[in-house]
Ligand binder design. Sequence first.
Ligand SMILES: C[S@@+](CC[C@H](N)C(=O)[O-])C[C@H]1O[C@@H](n2cnc3c(N)ncnc32)[C@H](O)[C@@H]1O
Length: 300
Amino acid sequence: MKLFNHLRNLNGTTTHRILRNRFHPLFNNTKFFSDAPFPQQPTTSHVKPPSPPSSLNRNELAKFAAIAESWWDSEGPFKPLHVMNPTRLAFIRSALCRHFKKDPYSAKPLEGLKIVDVGCGGGILSEPLARMGATVTGVDAVEKNIKIARLHADLDPTTSTIEFCCTTAEKLVEEGRKFDAVMALEVIEHVANPSEFCKSLAALTIPDGATVISTINRSMRAYATAIVAAEYILRWLPMGTHEWSSFLTPEELVLILQRAGINVEEMAGFAYNPMTGRWSLSDDISVNFIAMGTKTNNTE
Ligand SMILES: C[S@@+](CC[C@H](N)C(=O)[O-])C[C@H]1O[C@@H](n2cnc3c(N)ncnc32)[C@H](O)[C@@H]1O
């Protein structure tokens, strides 16, 4: 309730048509005690600034390493991601084109954008982003995933240009890498420290760049559908793929992104139609949802 009241006091602007009314109270300029800047570390030339905490959660990574060979099996454990892909790409294309003032109907709507796909797995998202004209870097903490992603992307000249690396967001930050847009789809629920992870995503984003995150809501409905139904009844995913307690509510995600310097501007839910077996964008964020935020200029 306390968090909810905090969120009601937040303010700002959101551009996503679907959730504008529902989310308006979340976006405002009210400052909280926790927004106060942390005391600065002494930075003399001989004192190395401390490395950010690792985002790696070994148990989670082991789950992905065990099924790495099946990334491109559209009937395998990653079937839900393959089926959702066109819908999440539709959100990304329209949100990025709106933000970067590009034509979503052109053949290469993301041309000219440098995008990093953090937690890229086998490259299910990285490949269509490259086909839409973006210069794509895909990173994943599991080496096997990167090998599969490389092999698959090399099958097509358009995707063979993707840079794949076995690394983490925080390592890229240490290397000083920057991108116009940073993607982390279905990753935050598997990392060790979501707030620190978001800070790394923000640090990788250029000022006024975009950050896109999708995940699963920590709701009872998500427990019933994304865990009980998807893992135990329908067997879409291996049992134990998701820990309900690792999910974030949309309000929590908005807040941790805001603290990292990213203002969430658009958000949508994904709705599954059991009759067609397809997903579509919806205003129902009670289970799967996606958010696009922009980096405020004063957080460099
Ligand atoms: C559910 S998959 C999502 C894959 C891809 N983003 C997609 O949506 O198609 C989660 C991926 O995140 C990777 N991952 C988990 N924790 C990570 C971390 N801290 N840094 C980089 N990758 C991570 C896993 O290895 C796995 O490939």
